[in-house]
Design a protein around this ligand. Structure first.
Ligand code: RFL
Ligand code: PHB
Length: 390
């Protein structure tokens, strides 16, 4: 096979890139390790930055989101022993976020790709990247047969465990990492959610209340990395959640049997550079953030914004200006998201082995935030996501 851009990975980054390139008349083939149903069964992100919402609208992908998504003007913070706090994001930034699931966005992206007649190959195995500084190609096996795609560029959108990042030579690639000794146990419940998305700090650990639609709630609690899903019955989950959220909010929690339950490990990770020769990384393939700042999916969209602009300038205007600056430009936004995600994780979670000094600093960080409009404005500026660079 031959195409202009071979996209490895059919998650949000790969599918959105294929969509934007198609709109500009650039051909691509998306190859994906899983089946479409498997990709669509993964439950992940829920909160979109204003910039991501704009991109979905700009590319005709916002119909369902604008009908069924829930605009979000700020975030509630519950803090053990202190008054509830509301970060008024719309007041400080003039911008509005959206609560709308990654699963639904991915469904819409698949529908668009099918409508456009774009090529997708599922259930690929043994994917390998070749000749990244010459005439690149990708080889893979499918149902026992070897196949090869020749292309002008490869987009590595294959998530944290995919092969693209590893194709950058070890002496060029630099990796920066923080692993956290805890994860988020998440459950989905078919009950009306709490009024607003809420983050909670409690001396027993972090908890959070989110949603997917007016009849679907998503809750999380911090658990040690060593815990298994089987250790957590629904009853145990609800008890922990109630202990960690203030009593006056208990009336808003509607419990029920979980329809999904999983543990996500927390990690901060960045690989640099995001370009090597004809290979460009986008999304989780290049970076991971802990979910506390709700940044991962948004970063996948901002990488694709920069990368699609660069590829369009290459094919349509014969200019490599944006291809050459892709890695630096994308990484500036990546590090900003790493920064706020790391700080929010430190602020809201209990770290094993922390001492009273650590706890006093955390309390003070919260008091500064709750007491200062300047700090709230700065926080809101980062939380809504940095503007895209020209
Ligand atoms: P994905 O979604 O991992 O997709 C990568 C795709 O590549 C495929 N793949 C391969 N394909 C071909 N060949 C191979 N060898 C391959 N190896 C892998 C995979 O099957 C997959 O389909 O990466 P992408 O597209 O970069 O998207 C990133 C987002 O999925 C991720 O950042 C977010 O889900 C993170 N995240 C959140 N982000 C937000 O912006 N807001 C949130 O509120 C938010 N909440 C979350 C989250 C992630 C969570 N978990 C479970 C990690 C909440 C949670 C609990
Ligand atoms: C979610 O709804 O899954 C969600 C929302 C906000 C976060 C993380 C996850 O920070």
């Amino acid at each position: 096979m031959r195409t202009q851009v071979c996209i490895i990975g059919g998650g949000p980054a790969g599918l959105f890139l294929a969509h934007v390139l198609h709109a500009a008349g650039i051909e691509s083939i998306v190859i994906e390790r899983q089946t479409k149903n498997h990709v669509l069964s993964r439950i992940r992100a829920g909160v979109l930055e204003a910039g991501t919402v704009d991109l979905l609208r700009q590319y005709g992908l916002a119909g369902r989101m604008d009908r069924d998504g829930m605009p979000k003007d700020g975030t509630r913070i519950f803090w053990e022993g202190k008054a509830d706090f509301w970060i008024d994001v719309i007041r400080w930034t003039g911008k509005r976020m959206m609560v709308w699931g990654q699963t639904q966005i991915t469904e819409d992206l698949y529908a668009a790709r099918e409508r456009d007649g774009g090529e997708m190959v599922f259930e690929v195995e043994n994917v390998a990247l070749h000749d990244l500084d010459g005439a690149p190609s990708v080889t893979f096996d499918r149902h026992g047969e070897s196949q090869r795609i020749d292309c002008d560029f490869i987009a590595g959108c294959d998530g944290f465990h995919g092969p693209s990042r590893m194709a950058i030579p070890a002496d060029i690639r630099r990796e920066y990492e923080r692993a956290y000794p805890f994860g988020w146990l998440g459950i989905m419940v078919e009950k009306p959610p709490m009024k607003e998305i809420a983050y909670a700090y409690h001396s027993e650990g972090f908890a959070m209340a989110s949603r997917r639609n007016p009849m679907l709630s998503r809750y999380y609690v911090q658990v040690p990395s060593t815990d298994k899903v089987e250790d957590w019955s629904d009853d145990r989950f609800w008890e922990a959640l109630h202990r960690r959220l203030p009593e006056h909010a208990h009336g808003e929690i509607e419990t029920g049997p979980s329809i999904e339950k999983s543990i996500a490990p927390l990690r901060s990770f960045v690989a640099e550079p995001m370009r090597w020769g004809k290979l460009f990384l986008a999304g989780d393939a290049a970076h991971i953030v802990p979910p506390t700042g709700a940044k991962g999916l948004n970063l996948a969209f901002s990488d694709v914004f920069y990368l699609s602009r660069a590829l369009i300038a290459h094919f349509r205007e014969n200019s490599d200006r944006y291809l050459d600056s892709y890695s630096q430009m994308a990484l500036r936004r990546v590090w900003a998201a790493e920064n706020i995600s790391w700080r929010m994780t430190k602020l809201l979670h209990v770290f094993p082995g922390e001492d009273p000094f650590d706890q006093k600093i955390r309390q003070n960080d919260f008091d500064l935030l709750a007491g200062s409009e300047d700090i709230q404005r700065a926080f809101a500026f980062e939380y809504i996501g940095l503007p895209f660079e020209d």
